[in-house]
Design a protein around this ligand. Sequence first.
Ligand code: ADP
Ligand code: MG
Length: 653
Amino acid sequence: MSKIQILDEHIANQIAAGEVVERPASVVKELVENAIDAGATKIDVSAEEGGLQSIRVADNGAGIEADDCEAAFYRHATSKIASGRDLFQIRSLGFRGEALPSIAAVAKVECVSSAEESGLGRRIVIEGGSLKTNEDIAAARGTDFQVKELFYNTPARLKYMKTIQTELGHISDTMYRMALAYPGIAFTLKHNGNLLLQTVGNGDLLQVIAAVYGTAAAKAMLPVEAEHLDFTVSGYVSKPEQTRSNRNAISTIVNGRHIRNYVLNQSLLQAYHTFLPINRFPLAVLHFRMHPSLVDVNVHPAKLEVRFSKEQELSQFVQQAVGDTLKRQVMIPQGAKPAAAAKSGDSVIQEQLQFYAAAAESARTHSAPLPGAPQSGGAASGAQEAPPAQRGERELPPRPGAAAGDAAERYAPEPPRTGAAPQAPATRGRAAEPREAAVPPAAAQRAQQAYAAAESARLPAFPQLSLIGQMHGTYLIAQNENGLYLIDQHAAHERINYEYYFEQFGNPADAAQELLLPITLEFTPSEAELLKTRLPLFEQAGVVLEHFGGQTFLVRAHPYWFPKGDEQELIQEMAEWVLKEKAVDLAKLREKSAIMCSCKASIKANQKISALEADVLIERLAACKQPYTCPHGRPIIVSFSTYELEKMFKRVM
Ligand code: ADP
Ligand code: MG
């Protein structure tokens, strides 16, 4: 063992850089935060090559005194806190005094700053932590930072940088959050000379939302405004019909700092609870104000996570504030509300049902036949359900000619399966030619063989059922000689539709139908950049998407069989998925899109359907290749054998 030594400042800075400067976006964040702390009203950011080649942040803030310029790069040098007590009441974004030395340790930095109106300033050049230049220079009031060749002296870190697109994505995201947090500051972001974001800085948050998410999104926002003894909140949340497939468009800003806080997020989502379909998330920009002593920002090197000392109260406050906003806008048709009956008095029966449902599910995953044979209650020991993909159900090739129903005609009895091509409804005129012809015979044959192979390895035959009725507009109740069956009508319909759409997506380009009026879609500037590179993929999926300019895209054509009325949302969702996935390929897009289509085209829970419709639904479910789980992997049907019922009623022991 060698002797303990104090690390020299340079090494200490490199170590700190490892935490503070994770990627180019971290540099942008730290420099912009400094500019905000300096009271800037105008902040211009430009990056080259995802910020790896250079990042420049120029502000019109207070500037750094000439004699302080060098010191600003010392470790733990800060003008923002003076004593330990200040740490408990942080009012600035920075306070650790770590950013500048960390950045300067792993890049080539040039800083020009002036704290006076005289036109005199100071220029500092630091490379890899060593001072190269410190000289007087003519400069306007404010600070201009340039960071070049980030990680040039730390090859290990450089190696971990992702593509330019990815790094740019992080930079844009950082800038969007800053702009959303400070509508009073005029921001610009340029990448390789292209203007990606511009805000006017007039304090109007809605205008910033429009700049980031597009005008359509901004129009669908509802204002939130509430006050509590300890907190205030103001901002906007989206109407439930404006949703996203992920949480990225939720921004929570506490005392001007964009933060991530699980509890805060959950409370917001809770407020939307009954309004949003599962896996859909709102857009939200919420500004919270509270006394600095109520929030501890000193728990995360990048200051992204915080701790609240009145977390519980805050959580209730958010839920109430957002919930009130949403409720004031009654937009939910009565029938579409999810059942809230779970906690009623008949909880014993409820429990038993769950128990048997679990038993049925467990038996199913063990490939025991669903109907008939008494399943011992002990089987409920809870075999974990394998994700659907693992069970191979989605791998099944489309069954030639087996159209399982059209959204618009969802209850019309299906013509017998003759192997003929699905007939499109007559109203859709030109698209109604048989699809089959377009499939090369060899491919069709291969598909047929693969299908036959899958068929033989198929799940047990679906039971013959006769309908008893419908419960809570949600479950179909049916029976046969073996017992009682409950069918989740939405899940069943989803499965039927999924198999239909999956097959349709096997050859979507043919079905593309030009639109008289193109559909307009909007994205954030960086999403738009990425999407431009992925347009051919859409074309292969039958969607002709065209960049119209800026953040706007036009849908010129899409397959005629897209669920009516949901086309725009569907394509938006497809785009969101394509933007999110690292590696997209057509096969995955088809599968994902088929799931999205089926979800939209399907009857929801809490919808009364006639006995005839229910019969048709069960019939078509029985004809599915995999009638037991919906495309998301949830069970469609659970059974209670006669024997089990008899046991429940103690008719047998
Ligand atoms: P911190 O922000 O935590 O204080 P930094 O390393 O980011 O630490 O910055 C060190 C100091 O440099 C700041 O406290 C501030 O005095 C000064 N400084 C940095 N950037 C700017 C800027 N854009 N305008 C004015 N002063 C700045
Ligand atoms: Mg700072």
